[in-house]
Design a protein. Sequence first.
Length: 278
Amino acid sequence: MRYAKIGILDSGVGGLTVARAIGDAMPSAHLIYFGDTARMPYGDRPPDQIVRFVREIIAFLLDRGVDAIAVACNTSSALALPAMQGDFDVPIRGMIECGAVSAVEASRTGRIGVIATANTVRSGAYGKAITSLRPGAHVVQQACPLLVPMIERGEVSGERIRRILRDYIQPLLAADVDSVVYGCTHYPFLDAELRPMAGPSVALVDPAIRVAYAVKSAVLARDPSLSGDPGAQPTPPRFITSGDPEVFARLVHLLLGRRPSEVEGITMGAKGLISRNA
């Protein structure tokens, strides 16, 4: 029996939230996670640069034989995916559409908040996706440029991050939103700090589960034999990073509670991404 092989890419460790969801939805699948930590954050980079980075990583994952790819980065989903639709021969699923559907389902009033990187906010992708599903929805977006670097340093709790989160969430609460989309895959790691600030009347929406099932559906539509064993225990992902493998391993341990047995290091060469383990 051949099991599905799923590639997952992000600028750093945020996409681990999506990898966890895919592992739960497809426990037999073999996951390959690429964290581009040498070039993160993507949130303020020029769009053409992000497109180039994502193309490089997708090509690298395709060389590893993946059956589908999850772009587990909202900035890349907003800026890179529209530029490369139909360019690759495997299903590629991003965050924006899934986040928009989940937000609309969660909202009673149509007043929806989005917290995201500056690039995702500037793209307007969430506003367009939400209002296409729910015309007349009022979408309030808040750029949160300080959060990704803090999470990438392992800072996911404490008074300093609570103070920053209060500054970011307050304009959304003042706008009377009843749901807030985590418009960056890093942000669910701050859920324990943010949830008490949002209060019980505001739904915090993580698109990861819907993305996981979108990937699963796309894979099985192409090849039903890749359904695997639904009773299997999830296989730990294979981790690859363009940054420091030891730092990456420590962050995975901190955020997921288990240390990976190996993290493969990648060098950016003139002809693409090259494994340091080769």
